[in-house]
Design a protein around this ligand. Structure first.
Ligand code: AQP
Length: 333
């Protein structure tokens, strides 16, 4: 049966507090899609344990991330919002996909190489398997479109390959998904190292702005942000630090990069950084207020999760049953 609306799937890991990078590169772009698509937004907690997590902190992070989704404008009436571990089909399909994914494909993944280097004391199978679980997340829901930051393009490509491989080996089953990467903000860089992406698990908190940082902290981190050698506020490849700040400024203020360059001509970095801080604060403050209210209403948040899990389970369990049947497993009696 033809779908009336196309399906969107995306998720964020509850590995810490979502950064401005996650927001500008991903979360923010999810909001307008809700009117046009069937959107499924997941808190991908199964992914998060590929790196060691403290249980109480993980529980808190997952709930706080849900509140951030809603505070940012995700509507549980329009979209399906749920926690990955509440839907067993994610792990069930991942196992089947594992058996058609080659070790060499996973060994090549940049994120695996980066995270292996960072967590050499915990080189677990999950870390390597991460992209297969992500493929499962996406393929379970016959997803057409996956809004992601640039860092996830390699993983999405694997999901497409696995979908095609399964379809060819058995029969057409999965939709082959397309990525949706924003033109501006697809890779927000660290404030301390403009050659590395802004990451919520960065050991140096000055490298990222958390969506829940208060205004003083945001201003302080912005003032400490590294800059490039001259004093010109200009977007260019040889000015990665200022180009990153211009991207943040443009996305938060709505002023185009070209207009911002004119606006800060001859102004110097100090004035520019303060203006970037103002724009970020103005963007995050209303979200933070709604987040605070939502966190005080756990009954509501739990109800959202319950309904989201029911909806997601209905779709996902059917897909797993179909896949298992095609593979040749005995049907349940
Ligand atoms: N710096 C970034 N700029 C733009 N987009 C970004 N994303 C992540 N960092 C940036 C996008 O955010 C979504 C959710 O990411 P995730 O939490 O699932 O995992 P990640 O990509 O590994 O993000 P982090 O912040 O770096 O998490 P940790 O530190 O735990 O590994 C994705 O769509 C991602 O592209």
């Amino acid at each position: 049966m033809e779908k009336v609306k196309k399906t969107v799937f995306s998720g964020i890991q509850p590995t810490g507090t979502v950064t401005l990078g996650n927001y500008l590169g991903a979360l923010r772009n999810w909001i307008p899609l809700q009117d046009e698509y069937d959107c499924i937004y997941c808190i991908v907690d199964l992914h998060s344990i590929t790196v060691r997590q403290e249980p109480a902190q993980l529980r808190h992070n997952a709930m706080s991330l849900l509140a951030l989704y809603l505070a940012s404008g995700i509507s549980p009436e329009k979209s399906t919002v749920f926690v990955q571990s509440h839907v067993p089909a994610h792990a069930e399909l991942a196992w089947a996909l594992d058996t058609i994914c080659y070790i060499g494909e996973l060994n090549r993944m940049t994120q695996f190489k980066d995270k292996s280097a960072k967590h050499s004391d915990n080189l677990n199978m999950g870390l390597m398997n991460y992209p297969v679980l992500m493929a499962s997340d996406i393929l379970l829901y016959s997803t057409d479109l996956v809004p992601i930051g640039k860092d996830q393009t390699q993983h999405l490509e694997l999901a497409r390959n696995l979908a095609e491989r399964f379809n060819n080996r058995y029969s057409p089953t999965f939709v082959v998904p397309e990525g949706f990467i924003p033109k501006l903000g697809a890779k927000i860089m660290s404030l301390q190292n403009p050659l590395a992406k802004m990451s919520k698990s960065d050991e140096n908190p000055n490298g990222f702005i958390s969506m829940l940082d208060d205004s003083d902290t945001i201003r302080r981190k912005m003032r400490r942000a590294v800059t490039d050698s001259d004093t010109e506020v200009r977007f260019s490849e040889d000015k990665p630090a200022i180009s990153n700040l211009l991207t943040i400024y443009s996305l938060c203020s709505g002023v185009s990069v070209a207009d911002a360059e004119k606006q800060f001509e001859g102004a110097g970095y100090g004035v520019f950084k303060d203006a970037v801080a103002d724009a970020v604060i103005a963007t995050l403050e209303p979200i933070q207020q709604r987040h605070k209210q939502l966190m005080a209403d756990k009954d509501y948040l739990n109800e959202v999760l319950k309904q989201g899990a029911e909806r997601a389970n209905r779709i996902a369990s059917k897909m797993v049953a179909k896949v298992y049947r095609k593979i040749g497993f005995l049907p349940k009696v």
